[in-house]
Write a protein that binds this ligand. Structure first.
Ligand code: ACO
Length: 418
């Protein structure tokens, strides 16, 4: 086995090196502190492999994203979201019988316990739906207690995937003061969600196939993305032995922030303020480059993708299709395209390899679908759920798993007396 040599305070150490299946090289630091007394310092974890995983492969330089080996463009254009969810969680695409059983499970667990509806009454009318979603998912653990039996865990996984869209749609209905619409079991996952969001009891509602298809694509594109802020949170919380619902609720909270899943909401708000301010793109580009300003170009840049975000490319053409098919003429799309062009031609963005990420175009599509801005991050959470579950399950099933407990370098005051 190859080793890495480390010289520290005049002493030489050898650290084991290993490779992933796609040739990624890792220096194994697990014994670093025990043998050298030093720790690895990596705030933001940009150089730290916190686990090994069989689920998602990303090559940020080449713009590659694969779930379980399958390229994202094939998955997003050829499969239903529920099949991709099965594959992420269980490792392989299901055969027809297995898939039908999985679909049946997801179909018959869509209703939430009637008592849970009462929780919605307690929230103020303008409560952010991410807050409602996180608390509702955590509350599910009060109805479906945890168990170590793999069959019970599988059932809770099915319950969570089936019910989360009901919870999300109810959160929206609550915010606009409309009655809840119950799920309809003969519809696809995406169509069922759209109906619960937009139908009212007073009128018939036909789900648009264009919207159903676009939502299916969006959910798949968001379904996993290896060790990002929310996924690592799910693993971190789950590493303490916390149950599935508690771990996923923590992931939802982590996703909420504007530097992560909250970016899609922030993108739309930014585009709107640029439009309201007379579309002075150069002013906002200058502001984004100004180190004294807090302003960043939302929807630009990525910790991993330094060339292109393959999800953004699929979404850009999906956004064009949805707007054309629905006949939506959204002025913010033009603002987005102009801003993108100015940014991509600016040396600051070129040098730092800052490109549009998945959130830059997802907001435009959600808006065309009629989904309100503060629901955008909830949409992201619906898509990311199978990935979080797959990562939670992989962490839990791994032999010799340890609670996540990073170290720190203390830089505060030395001992002093009061
Ligand atoms: N606008 C302006 N400058 C930026 C931007 C941006 N959107 N993103 C990065 N930069 C600059 C930084 O200021 C830094 O410049 P410097 O080298 O002169 O100091 C350089 O580019 C590197 O940026 P970091 O912040 O070190 O990159 P990091 O990997 O930590 O951050 C992040 C990645 C959080 C995505 C960042 O690009 C950002 O804030 N983007 C806007 C928010 C966003 O769109 N988030 C969604 C990400 S995708 C997702 O979560 C699904």
């Amino acid at each position: 086995m190859e080793t890495a040599k480390l010289t520290l305070q005049g002493k030489d150490y050898e650290l084991p090196v290993f490779e992933g299946t796609e040739g990624e090289v890792a220096i194994d630091c697990r014994k670093l502190r025990g043998t050298t007394g030093a720790v690895a310092y990596d705030p933001g974890f940009g150089n730290t492999g916190s686990c090994s995983s069989d689920i998602t492969f990303i090559d940020g330089e080449a713009g590659i994203l694969r779930y379980r080996g399958y390229p994202i463009d094939q998955l997003a254009t050829q499969l239903p979201f529920t099949k991709v969810a099965y594959m992420l969680i269980h490792g392989d695409l299901p055969d027809e019988d297995t898939y039908q059983r999985w679909r049946t499970g997801l179909t018959y667990h869509t209703l939430i316990h009637e008592d849970m509806k009462k929780f919605f009454e307690g929230y103020p009318p303008h409560a952010h739906p991410m807050a409602i979603l996180a608390s509702m998912v955590a509350s599910m653990s009060t109805y479906y207690p945890e168990s170590d039996d793999p069959q019970d865990i599988e059932l809770n996984i099915i319950r969570l995937i089936a019910k989360i869209k009901t919870l999300a749609a109810f959160a929206y209905k609550k915010s606009i003061g409309q009655p809840f619409i119950y799920p309809q079991n003969d519809l696809s996952y995406s169509a069922n969600f759209l109906k619960m969001m937009f139908a009212v009891p007073a009128e018939p509602y036909e789900v648009s196939p264009t919207l159903e298809r676009a939502l299916n694509t969006l959910l798949i594109l968001h379904a996993d993305h290896e060790q990002n802020c929310s996924t690592s949170t799910v693993r971190m919380v789950g590493s303490s032995g916390a149950n599935l619902f508690a771990s996923i609720a923590a992931g939802i909270c982590a996703l909420w922030g504007p530097l992560h899943g909250g970016a899609n909401q922030a993108v739309l708000e930014m585009l709107q303020s640029i439009a309201d301010d007379g579309c002075d793109y150069k002013k906002y580009i200058a502001l984004a480059k100004d180190k004294d300003s807090e302003f960043r170009l939302m929807g630009f840049g990525h910790r991993v993708y330094k060339n292109r975000d393959p999800r953004a490319e699929i979404l850009k053409s999906a956004a064009d299709d949805v707007l054309a098919e629905l006949g939506v003429d959204d002025p913010l799309l033009e603002v987005a395209e102009n801003l993108e062009e100015v940014a991509l031609n600016d040396p600051y963005f070129k040098e730092r390899k800052l490109f549009p990420n998945v959130d830059f175009y997802s907001g435009i599509i959600y808006r065309a679908m009629g989904i309100p801005t503060d629901m955008f991050t909830v949409m992201f959470a619906l898509g990311r759920l199978p990935g979080w579950i797959a990562q939670w399950k992989e962490m839990r099933d791994a032999p010799k798993g340890r609670i996540h407990r990073p170290r720190q370098i203390y830089t505060g005051a030395n001992r002093r007396d009061v």
